[in-house]
Design a protein around this ligand. Structure first.
Ligand SMILES: [Zn+2]
Ligand SMILES: [Zn+2]
Length: 278
């Protein structure tokens, strides 16, 4: 499969000269089948989904899969121009809500007047909005495993996405310290995370924090890069992309993080605009 990293930030977009190299858009990864010209599966709809539009010549025809409903994973949705046109087809899927609220109602809480001038069903084209439970299913010809993982403020899923050849694990927002400190003090390498990682070629994981920030900031729901690297080691995953950068982390600060992990084989700091063949 091919991955286009369309947005790698967490929390809120980061425009400005000091964020140009790693990029300022919030979470969005576009997934294409081997040899396909265009993506059919989009993970999260942060502001990076605008960059996903640029990958398409015509309308989007595929599925948008949300890990959860926080702003930095949703606010790009109404600006997804390849989806908001008469000839598009988009199926949006989000985690089933604990209180049973349906997908349109829950999305409309964030996207409706007076917060925003329109509601999700007013997007042009053939849109559907649905909820998924944890488990395995086929989506756009990919095998997708969904598992609930700890974060903060709303049900959050991690996903494992496989084609015939390769497997990606996507956990952009994850607070493993919610389950305990774990063997390294960065959070538990818990069963859901390890199941999502099983057989994976690449882990894209929350690295919002530095380990020295964890004690003061883990209540915001995130993890540190050291956890992502430790989890990959526990799950025998050969490659890790540190993702969901804090919005104030400048290019220089992210270069420093890359240096910290320079001795760890297969670990890289995610940059917007990167294209990966898995
Ligand atoms: Zn986030
Ligand atoms: Zn979040």
């Amino acid at each position: 499969m091919r991955l286009d990293l369309c947005g790698v930030r967490g929390s809120t977009a980061a425009p400005g000269a000091e964020f140009l190299r790693y990029g300022g858009h919030t979470s969005c990864v576009a997934v294409s089948h081997d040899g396909a010209a265009e993506p059919t599966l989009i993970l999260d709809a942060g502001t990076g989904i605008r960059a996903a539009s640029a990958l398409l010549d015509g309308p989007f025809r595929g599925t948008i899969l949300l890990t959860h409903l926080h702003w930095d994973h949703l606010q790009g949705l109404p600006f997804f121009s390849a989806g908001d046109r008469e000839d598009s087809r988009a199926d949006l899927l989000l985690p089933e809500q604990p209180d049973g609220t349906d997908a349109v109602s829950i999305l409309s809480r964030a996207m409706s007047p007076p917060h925003f001038p329109m509601e999700p069903p007013q997007l042009r084209g053939a849109w559907s909005f649905g909820s998924i439970a944890p488990g395995e299913r086929e989506i756009e010809g990919f095998r997708v495993l969904a598992r609930e993982i700890p974060h903060k403020g709303g049900r959050t899923f991690g996903y494992r996405i496989s084609d015939e050849r390769s497997t990606l694990t996507y956990m952009p927002d994850h607070r493993p310290t919610a389950l305990g400190p774990g063997p390294d003090g960065f959070g538990e390498y818990h069963p859901a995370a390890l199941e999502l990682l099983s057989g994976s070629d690449l882990l894209i994981h929350d690295a919002q924090l530095l380990h020295e920030e964890l004690a003061a900031e883990e209540l915001f729901g995130h993890s540190c890069g050291d956890y992502a690297v430790g989890l990959a080691r526990e799950g025998s995953c050969p490659a890790v992309l540190l993702f969901h950068h804090r919005p104030d982390r400048s290019d220089a600060a992210l270069d420093e993080i890359a240096l910290r992990f320079a001795g760890d084989t297969g670990v890289a700091v995610a940059r917007q605009g990167t294209v990966l063949e898995l």
